[in-house]
Each structure stands twice: as structure tokens, then as C-alpha cells.
Design a protein around this ligand. Sequence first.
Ligand code: NAD
Length: 330
Amino acid sequence: MKTAVFSARRYDQTLLARANAAHGHELVFLQDRLEAGTAQLAAGCQAVAAFVNDDLGGVVLEKLAELGVRFVTTRSTGFNHIDVAAARALGLTVARVADYSPYSVAEFAVGLLQAVNRKIARASMRTREGNFELDGLMGVDLHGKTVGVIGTGKIGVLFARIMAGFGCQILGSDVHRNPDFDALGGRYVERTELFAASDVISLHCPLTEATRYLVNAQSLALAKPGCILVNTSRGGLVDTEAAIAALKSGRLRGLAIDVYEQEASLFFQDLSSTIITDDVIQRLVSFPNVIVTGHQAFFTEEAIGQIMQTTIENLSAFAAGDDLGERLVA
Ligand code: NAD
């Protein structure tokens, strides 16, 4: 199937081409982010392979459908960037990668937590400058602390298991109970109790209308003073302005984020030679107790290999009229 691959970085091109060798789809690699102004680049293609910051809202989907695109597959598990209702109305089939190494994200979340808690990135920058002082680098033991996990699905439960290994008490909040979470000794509580009792809060639920801004001024007011917040899930879960206020007041001891609500115009590109006009992210990165990474939690050899393989398999399944199972979004 002729497929427009949007937001295609070098690694996408190499690994998708490798996964495609046994399938023979015609892949058109486009570095551009998919949005209303670039949708036209999919002309002549029956399918589109998109990424997390591509715009798959109603307007773009309509343009794609007009161009003859019939299938959209996203190189991610999350599909909050896709207007599913609009896709259905337009008769577009949409698929995702339902499953890939959840270890990639869970392990990265632990790394981010320790990077901000023990100020590892800061210490590394100091030693490069020949500064071996310890002032300003003190952290806390995680052993004995309470860790709140919001979203106890595949990634959340792995994160919880690692934190249980550190000797932490684990609290969870989810709309569904996961027996694996109970089995590792986690205790489900209401979200308000989780905020009040947790020394660390880590977000692992999808971005939906119910979860948008679940971390906001009200929930942060309930948070245990000195709490560290980790977000490797989706930027829209956190009201960034409220998080900045909580950092200023000291309510948050630290913030570690791999995702940011306005990341679409920033992440996955080198902007180091340009003026970044987003004052919020600039403010965030100026805090000594904040660490920001550019949506890289999934970026391991294992996870990427699975994402590329499944993306190609999705194309083949659609072309053959096969059942996409839990990979089917619309
Ligand atoms: P999953 O579907 O296995 O788990 C998500 C959990 O969130 C489920 O248990 C679900 O019941 C729960 N949930 C849904 N609505 C909720 C609510 N209102 N309150 C509390 N919990 C709720 O998904 P997963 O594979 O563990 O992935 C979790 C999230 O991680 C994804 O949605 C995605 O946004 C994010 N993610 C980020 C990266 C990255 O690179 N940073 C990579 C992959 C996934």
C-alpha cells in the first residue's frame, strides 16, 4: 500500500524500511509534521502512518479522506491526537500500536524521578565545568516513601513494581482495578487521598476528557508538601501554569516531565538555533528542580523495533482485510 509516513526521522526511515522488507509497501517518508497545511503531501497514498504530535483532528482527516486515504495508523499506543468520531464519520479506518515494551516508559519514569530527586543532570553539568561541589545537590531516599501511581495499566504497574523494589509504599488510582497491582502490594485509594499521601506522584493514564488537567491548582493544593511529580504519559494531564505555581511555592519539590501540553510545536526537532517563543517551557527549564525531556520515554531499541513492526503489520492487515483486534481505534 502506498503510505505517507509523516514526522519521519532518520530512525523511522531506517527501521520502518527494515520492517517493511518482507511486506513490500510503498513508503513515502516525509519529515513534515502532519497538519492542515501538509496533509496534501499524502496525495496518491491510500494510507498514512502518523506520530504522536501529528494533527489528526477533523479538518486534517477530512482532507486526507478527500485525497483518497482510507487508513491511518499511528506509531504510538496513545491516540488522543486523533479525532476518532470524525474518522468514523468519514469512513476512515484508524489503527495504533496496542502494545510495545512498557518497560521502556516505566524504566524511564524511574530514571527521571531519580534525575530530579538526586539532581543527576545538574551534577553532571557541574562536573563538566570542573565544579565538584555538593551544595544544592541533596536529594531524599526513596526507601520508605509513598509513591502514588495514577493509571495502573501496563506501564503504571511496572513502574509501581520497580518502586516497590526501592522499598516504597505504593498507592494507586484507576477507573479499573488491575490484579497485578494488588499482587505487588499496591493499595487503591481515591485520587484525593493519593495526592495527600504521596511523596512521589507518577502519571500513567491516557489523556481523555476525564483526565485532562487532573493535576491542577486544586489537586496540587491537596498534594503533600514536598511532593515530586513525574509525567511520562501526556502533557495535557498537567496544568503547567499550576505546576509552575506549585514549584514556586515549594508545594512541589520537583517536577520531571517527558511530555508537555504544548509539545507539538517544539518536540522532535532541533530548535537550539532559534528563539523559542513558548515562555512557559522556558520558565520550566529555568528551575533547578525541574527536568524536561523531549518525549523520549519510549525510545529504546526494543520498543522502537516493536512499534515499527506493528505499524507495517497494521498496513498489511488493513490491505488484506484482516481483523486489527485491539489495534483498531476506529
Ligand atoms: P494502559 O491502557 O495499559 O493503562 C492505562 C491505565 O489508565 C488503565 O489501567 C486505565 O484504566 C487507566 N485510566 C483510564 N482512565 C483513567 C482515569 N480517569 N483515572 C485513572 N486511571 C485511568 O496504557 P499504558 O500502555 O500503560 O500507557 C499509559 C500511557 O502512557 C498512555 O496512555 C500514553 O499516554 C503514555 N505513553 C507515553 C509514552 C512516552 O514515550 N512518554 C510512551 C507510551 C505511552
